[in-house]
Design a binder for this molecule. Structure first.
Ligand code: PLP
Length: 427
């Protein structure tokens, strides 16, 4: 967003690719492959830029855990003053473990279970964004049981049109499973006001991901502002937060991110007029460009007129190319001058197992290291154990230091929940 945001944690030093002050070759040698590598400096930079762009408004940035929930990254963001946005009991557990307090936590998600809601209320989260009247009533009952009052926000489906790159990451259009249909919000607000263990404190939207234009946010805020007036018109004066969700886009190839200054300017007067505190829930924007996947080429082969680089990472490490048709830049870690057109594929028994198809890229062969860029968001968190493959390691680089922040899984980790000798139960 704006030139400044292009700050990259990855650059060539004497021809070889490094993350900040650490050669990727060294990380591969000491930690092995496949490994995710993150730049701490870049994560701090993204957070600070967004924070300062919004500084004219009372605001708080709640980093969205589901983009990348690694404990090392959470610690770094907590130290910067970030709050978090969670979507499950597991993420609540991670957030509390990383030292976030209830007041730092916003809980969203379309299908929260009774257990998750109870855990969130016991942790005194600052805000639960609800998606239906039925959920509000469930929360009221659970809060009574826990002996507390739940602070809730209404996740509104603002029914705005977004131009996100893939239909799986649009969430704010009419007919989406997310949010309360716009014309039912006022009624749900009335229900909140009638319940004794619920306090309506926020209006919320999350319109999609990988968004590049400011207007859907502006449209959405205007829609929420209209609702706010209607809710206040009913004598409900408890609202404190205007939560505009996440979705800020990042560049994977030649996309131009929206300018943060322009984004903030477009929102400032509109948000100020509401008198509410602005909450944002960025995920991809904070970590997307700050991570890369280090993989080694196992074999190069030619088949049916195509060149294949068979790597030790595939859809189990990074499902984005196959699930979202995502483009991720791939380059050779070692200095390289030649070029090839190849399918970069993984070892998994599945034709959807690829990192890139028909890609013109650096020449590479067996034993070479490849860097798959911009995988800091929705990368490792979507990794699977399909084909009984241990998940890879995660490494955090900070200046000229690096640390393993997730160790590579071992085979034992993959089977320890199973039993070959079942404890049969009968009626
Ligand atoms: C996924 C999600 C986000 C983060 O989206 P990004 O595009 O990664 O910024 C924010 N809020 C909610 C409710 C989400 O589900």
């Amino acid at each position: 967003m704006g030139e400044g945001v292009l700050t990259s944690g990855f650059a060539r030093v004497d021809g070889a690719l490094a993350c900040e002050g650490v050669a990727l070759e060294r990380i591969a040698r000491e930690v092995g492959t496949p490994t995710y590598v993150y730049s701490a400096t870049m994560i701090r930079d993204r957070y600070s830029r967004l924070d300062s762009a919004l500084s004219v408004l009372p605001h708080r940035i709640h980093y969205t855990l589901k983009a990348n929930s690694n404990a090392g990254i959470l610690r770094l963001l907590r130290e910067l003053g970030a709050g978090v946005d969670i979507v499950s009991g597991g993420e609540l557990y991670r957030a509390l473990r990383a030292g976030f307090r209830g007041e730092d936590i916003v809980f969203g998600g379309v299908g929260k279970t009774e257990r998750e809601l109870r855990e969130a209320l016991e942790a005194s989260v600052s805000l639960i964004n609800v998606e239906s009247e039925a959920e509000v009533r469930a929360i009221d009952r659970i809060a009574a049981d826990v002996g507390t009052t739940a602070r809730v926000g209404l996740r509104v489906n603002p029914e705005v049109t977004v131009d996100s790159s893939h239909r799986y990451i649009k969430t704010g259009e009419r007919g989406a499973k997310f949010g309360i249909p716009f014309d039912e919000v006022l009624e749900v607000a009335r229900v909140c006001a009638s319940l004794t263990h619920v306090e309506l404190v926020g209006l919320d939207m999350h319109i999609g991901s990988q968004l590049f234009r400011v207007d859907p946010y502006v449209d959405g805020v205007e829609r929420l502002t209209g609702l706010l007036a209607a809710i206040r018109g009913e004598g409900i004066e408890t609202l404190r937060y205007l939560d505009i969700g996440g979705g800020l886009g990042v560049s994977y190839s030649d996309e131009v991110s929206p300018d943060l200054g322009r984004f903030a300017r477009a929102l400032t007067s509109r948000v100020k007029a509401t008198g509410l505190m602005l909450l944002m829930e960025p995920g991809r924007f904070i970590v997307g460009n700050a991570g890369m996947l280090l993989t080694r080429v196992l074999y190069r082969k030619h088949s049916g007129g195509r060149d294949f680089l068979v790597c030790d990472a595939g859809m189990t490490e990074l499902i984005r190319p196959s699930h979202y048709d995502a483009y991720h830049r791939i380059e050779s870690v070692q200095p390289n001058s030649g070029s090839i057109t190849a399918d970069v594929v993984g070892p998994i028994c599945e034709s959807g197992d690829f990192l890139a198809l028909g890609r013109e890229m650096d020449d590479a062969g067996a034993g070479d290291l490849l860097a798959v860029h911009d995988v800091g968001a929705y990368g490792y968190v979507m990794a699977s154990n399909y084909n009984t493959r241990p998940r890879g390691a995660e490494v955090l680089v900070d200046g000229d230091r690096f640390a393993v922040v997730t160790v590579r899984e071992r085979y034992e980790d993959l089977v320890h929940l199973e039993t070959a000798d079942p404890d049969w139960r009968t009626a």
